[in-house]
Design a protein around this ligand. Sequence first.
Ligand code: G1P
Length: 295
Amino acid sequence: MNPVRKAVFPVAGLGTRFLPATKAMPKEMLPVVDRPLIQHVVDEARQAGIEHFIFVTGRNKGVIEDHFDRQFELEMTLLERQKHKILEYLNQDLPVPGSTSFTRQQEPLGLGHAVWCARELLGREPFALLLPDVLVQHQRGCLAQMIDAARDLPANANIVAVEEVPHERVDQYGVVGIGERRGKMFSITNMVEKPTKERAPSNLILTGRYILQPDLLEILGRQERGTGGEIQLTDAMIQLARTQPFYGFQFDGRSFDCGSKIGFLAANVSYALARSDIAPEFRAEIKKILGEVDD
Ligand code: G1P
């Protein structure tokens, strides 16, 4: 497969499930421990070797752009106060100049439409798509695992990360039907967006990490509205799968659906417990809250 250099991050969503927290702040800036959701996902893309980060934003999302820029006043203050460690930490996160692009989805017409809005920036090469609602916790990030696994696949292959969920929850996701399996990778025979339990081809869902060929963008350009009146990415992928190979990849690690309150809160607990600087104290606090130890 050809190298994957560019990644798209759709960040135009309204975040209604987190109101009032998201009234004036983008949901992608909600912190999981001390890093915004979007920073965790950009970290994952960086680890996978992505060089160009394309954000599809919307109105009221300006602070995402600011987050990936320098903050001179803050830097000067930290310097004056001799806070060198935190300054170094901030600088590590700073993208290489010119490696970020921001474009806007003017109307909320769905995920497929958001990806299509990035078409001029993507050009004619395979690209990664990462949905910031989903965090995958693992030492080797989900996208890096996918790129590792894609090495031996044909140049025109498309790969989607998948995972099992209980059958009762398939109606919240894109669901795939599977064919021949080779280790963690298998060919995809079918995809359906948010099917009923009865119509779902399996209980393997699309997790929100994709490696896609640029031909998808042309399909998206003529795609009609599907489920929920939105231009669905899954519908365009189904069309592309008629002419190009599609693979599902079962990644290592635990995923958190941070688009839901429970998933977001669970991610915070899990990421905090994985941090050696705060885990011991935090664990004790949780035990206290759960009434497992006395004050
Ligand atoms: C989107 C995709 C869906 C995928 C999900 C993962 O749905 O359309 O196929 O399974 O993300 O989180 P959304 O969560 O935007 O409704």
